[in-house]
Design a protein around this ligand. Sequence first.
Ligand SMILES: Cc1ncc(COP(=O)(O)O)c(C=O)c1O
Length: 359
Amino acid sequence: MSHRIFNFSAGPAMLPTEVLEKSAAALLDFQGKGFGIAEVSHRGKEFEGVLDEAIAKARSLLGIADTHDVVFLQGGATALFSIIPMNYLHTSADYLVSGEWSKKAFAAAKDLGKVNAVASSESTNFDHSPPANEWKLTDGVDYFHVCSNETVHGHRLPTWPKHPNLVVDVSSEFMSRPHPVNECALVYGGAQKNLGPSGLVLAIVRKDLYPKQKKLPSKLWSFKDLAENKSMINTPPTFSIYILLEVFRWLEAKGGLAAMEKINATKAGLIYDAVDGSNGFYKGTVSIKEQRSHMNVTYRLPSEELTDEFVKTAAKQNMIGLKGYRTVGGIRASIYNAMPVEGCKALAEFMKDFASKKS
Ligand SMILES: Cc1ncc(COP(=O)(O)O)c(C=O)c1O
């Protein structure tokens, strides 16, 4: 591919070129069979092979134990944060409200039952995740929901909390580092940041939750039925799952999640160093440094005008998707697994150059 630019979009986001090339080839002709992978039955041996390998690779990359199932769903992570309370909210559930996405998950659950916000950082525009010593946890809740990386605000939980029934929205940091999935009740994420195309969701569900499921209007939303039917109650998004498989193969070739974690720390460090070394020209938006996300790096410039100029000038230098979310403003550089170190180096250099000309 001749012309790939550095795309810092928050999601849908950059995918590895190799993955795109292999997926494009399989779309046209799967293993030399004269048909593409999106053109054959999901019950046929070709797609079943793809699905089996995708599940096996998810299990091995994340080290998932037999206590948990791997399930694919559709409708994005938004569908999931409604489906989870539909299944498991009986008495009440705790939610950590640390940003735009956990706030949305909290609101969705509120429509379905009793929920408690254990803490919220909304009064400071979600500039951090409330630390554990501020949480007012409730005994005996059905589950405790957290978002491990707040995509909009650029902070993450450096380590995931411990709770007997922890539910984690991991969308914007899925497989960017090892995750303690076996210690969780349910982990879910939309694919469009680190794993593949939008719409597809990967969920890891602890099997002992199944007897606690409520009666649902459709099996499509039942984790138990999905697991029992290998996520094929109806036709799954076959091509999206194929792309995900290519991403898993790519991740394995890169050395797995521990290796990704190191690369991602290096990448994020390059940009945070440019922020911290700018004599205050750039200001990080996250107030607790240890919580700075390694996936979504957020910072502001001295004025709106300079921010606009920064975004426009960067685009001319082949760096796009840098504008921050409207409620936060400034810049957001999303640097998921597929963003090469060179992309972060280029951005850091550009930042230094821009600051030296404008300050
Ligand atoms: C952390 C997080 N959760 C949930 C969502 C919602 O995902 P979707 O648009 O796939 O429903 C997003 C989307 O950006 C997200 O970043």
